[in-house]
Design a protein. Sequence first.
Length: 154
Amino acid sequence: MCQAARAYYEAVHTEKDFNLYNTPVLDFIKVSQDEQSNATIAIMCSDSAYGNGLRLVLQKLSKHILVFETPEAARKKLGKKKPMLWVVTEALTKQPDQPWRADKRTPVILLSNQPESEITIEKNAGKLIILSMPVLPESLRNAVKAYLLIKEGK
């Protein structure tokens, strides 16, 4: 096939403009090996299986993804460190002393079964995204990517 293409080119390269076909080639290997972020993502989910599923969905985006079933576990593990992003399921919005509510600067992705009008969370504009459950993996990845790119200044 290569020899036939070369023979055709050699035969007609003076008559035809081959510059029209000079297009860049995507490096699919490099694209598939995108570097992971060093950002810490905290997932708050009372169902450990679902939380670990969310972690698997996001594992190509960040090296540091932590899954917590209770606010106490998150406070204990994180200490004074703050994650770059919280992913919280609606079931945990009703529990007291939630670390992600106290942190007004860190963005939150809320996974909810309710319409947005029924959810009241004090967060600055642009710091809260509400995705409906069950969440599509690509929707969650896109929301996380958007926040990680903003935080890392890309």
